[in-house]
Write a new protein. Sequence first.
Length: 507
Amino acid sequence: GCSGAFPSWCRELPILAPWLFPLETREQLLRYSAFGVSFAIRWLQERAVDERFADRRRLAEERLAQAKHINDPMLLNTAYEHVFELQSQIAKDTEAWVGSLKSELARVERDNILRQATMAMELTRSSACSLEVQFEGESGFGRAVTQGFYTLVAHELQRRTANRSAPMWVEDDPPLSEDFLTPRRGLLVRPLPPESPSLTAVEFRFCMLGRLMAKAVREGFVVPLPLTPAFFHLLLGGTVSPLVGLPRPGDGVAGEFVGACAEMVADASLGTSSLEELAANPEWSRKYMQPPGEEPVPPSPFSAFADAAVFAETGAGGASLCLGGETRQVDVSNVEEFVQLASAFWLGSGIERQMVAFRKGLYDVLGSGAVMLWSFSPLELRRLFCGEDEVIWTEKELEENMQCGGGYNSTSEQVRWLREEMLAMLQPLRAKFLEFVTSCPRLPPGGLKDLKVSVHPDPAPGIGLPRSRACVHRLFLPRYASREELAVQLTEAILCSGGHHEHNLPP
């Protein structure tokens, strides 16, 4: 491991033959061998403390929360004494506790988050300390606030104004949101020619993103950017098929014609039909330009699209793919060359420097430990860095992993209605629910089991909106009289929430 106690094959074999080891084993090996001795000890310590003290710690937190809301000085003093006594017992347990990991505090402004995040990553890139973040003018602190920092930076990197100043991603077309990029398949790296004046700024930002994601994975957070599996395939040095990496109809980004041409060329290579036959098909548009799940496009042959296409980045414009490409028309006789040149630009030369900068950012933080990332597949890496791609939970998972306290139990009507509502939620609302309760719109790699959401009755007088305390992943749910009332109030609370300010929230 990181102390040198393991033989070298313990690190090399999972990289050379990852299929021999379950995902959980490779994740543990990453934590215990790639991030340095201090973080390995912290991961082991957290697991040991949780196994030995989790129930007692939860009970102490509940007593403290109740005492604060009753506002009884005697009860509050007693509750704090219980917390301090428990902390003392944990610290004295030599089988579970070694010591606290040194941390560095960064105070940042929400309105200037991208520039200040860049500065924080630059100043702490080689630090062996954990990073803790607090927002200026807010009293909240702890893991949920730090996770909120990573979430906010991820959002800012998708902001249109930020992307136009340093074009990291392909813009969606037509835009579904005025403020943020919302491509349907995920963010695609914007290919840039070497002479692009934006390339230096883009490299700098990808390097920052690499550092940010390295710190997050090292310290148990996620950066919820909707990156595609192709991004992580390229990170690992693999080649990506044009059918996977190029924009396709339905992705909602410029360049979908390029992906349609790649699919036609691939079909022709099967030998059942020639390129000429496929291109002449009057239904060509419905086979190759049809967005999945949408109204049928008007039938047209290939020439109806190719007549307006040239050898440029998207077929309609952008960087030239060859000398004089902006005036060279695409037709059936040269469409194979067009696909080859477009693939080389979109998945090779146009993004090479961005991926090098991202890898540099990873190595700036993780050092030689970054090589352990090569023991994961692209999909596994996306889950590790960005969280679960979809917010998926089952009735059984909710029953087993949603904790109750303060008078609620798993059979309480309100808790049962909450589970029913969570099962009925569509994906966007599930993500909003998670952001409301935990500060992150994605599940961590371990899913609900690792999230440890708890539900308590709201001790505040009256029946108002649900509230949350994100630092402990706790939802305060009033005792509503019906599922319908709960659904209306919960949805309003989720959609109207905007950040996790600690003022006037139950602990």
